[in-house]
Write a protein that binds this ligand. Structure first.
Ligand code: OMP
Length: 276
């Protein structure tokens, strides 16, 4: 079985380095002329999958926008994941889970076990119950060739109050998260299967990413104000592992399939130029 790190490296080589979020905000449904209900959600998600699943490396459905509609929304999430994977995209399910170890194992089974209807290729998780509490998710992911992206330095302005806090070992909380994940990714070729989430909005923070040996998801591009040219100052020498991620910037180009493809192509071109 191939690891997620290997599958992601291959997808980025073949399809280019781009992740597009599927975030069906109420405002976007309205902008697309869709109703704010399950039918609108389904049309939105189907359109994004039709436009992009056969060309971008990674699609990232944001679970909250599906959960908003209860069990019928979850059914649409299940089919969105399945159809995206069938069309060849890797699916990173953005659920930002994080709990004590035994509960974390159940979350991981829900999202990474091939027997689950919600099975994705990778998920986002929050490390603020301690990186060690996420170990069951890392184990489930490894067993099934899945990936886990751990929040480290998030794109929102509130993040630094926690993430830049200095721990008893004199390192920041974020640097401890980065170092623990670096250790777990050590030795994997071409890339470890544990990623970090580092917002493209954060500027130069002095955090050391040089030993991560895993993918660095960079949200915050477009709607939150960061541009592809900011990637260099945020990631420095670690640019080669960056996976840029856009949601609204691309999604506002819908509902036209051609419009979505053009917007994704534009984002990919800008990132290619910035990442080298
Ligand atoms: O994990 C994420 O994807 C994430 C982490 C982070 O630090 N910042 C962040 O914006 N995100 C997600 O990335 C998406 C950003 O959407 P746009 O601002 O529309 O591009 C949303 O789904 C956020 O939940």
């Amino acid at each position: 079985m191939e690891t997620f790190g290997k599958r992601l490296a291959e997808a980025m080589d073949k399809r280019g380095r781009l992740c597009v979020g599927i975030d069906p905000h109420a405002a976007l449904l309205a902008r697309w002329g869709l109703t704010d209900d399950v039918a609108g959600l389904e049309r939105f998600a189907r359109t994004v999958v039709e436009a992009l699943a056969d060309r971008v490396a990674v699609l990232k459905p944001q679970s909250a926008f599906f959960e908003r509609f209860g069990s019928r929304g979850i059914q649409i999430l299940e089919s969105t994941i399945r159809q995206s994977r069938e069309a060849g995209a890797l699916v990173l399910l953005d659920v930002k889970r994080g709990d004590i170890g035994s509960t974390m194992a159940a979350y991981a089974d829900a999202y990474l076990d091939p027997a689950s209807p919600l099975r994705a290729d990778a998920i986002t998780v929050s490390p603020y119950l301690g990186v060690g509490s996420l170990q069951p998710a890392f184990d489930v992911a490894a067993r099934h060739g899945g990936g886990v992206f751990v929040l480290a330095l998030t794109s929102n302005p509130e993040g630094p109050s926690v993430q830049h806090a200095v721990a008893t070992d004199k390192k920041t909380v974020a640097q401890n998260v980065i170092d623990e994940i670096s250790l777990l990714n050590k030795g994997f070729e071409p890339l470890g299967s544990l990623g970090l989430v580092i917002g493209a909005t954060i500027g130069e923070t002095g955090h050391d990413l040089s030993r991560v040996n895993g993918p660095l998801l960079a949200p915050g591009l477009g709607a939150q104000g960061a541009t592809a040219s900011d990637l260099r100052s945020v990631f420095g020498e670690s640019l080669r592992n960056v996976l840029p991620s856009y949601s609204r910037e691309v999604l506002t180009a819908g509902p036209s399939v051609a419009g979505l493809r053009d917007a994704a192509d534009r984002a990919a071109d800008e990132c290619r130029a910035a990442l080298g």
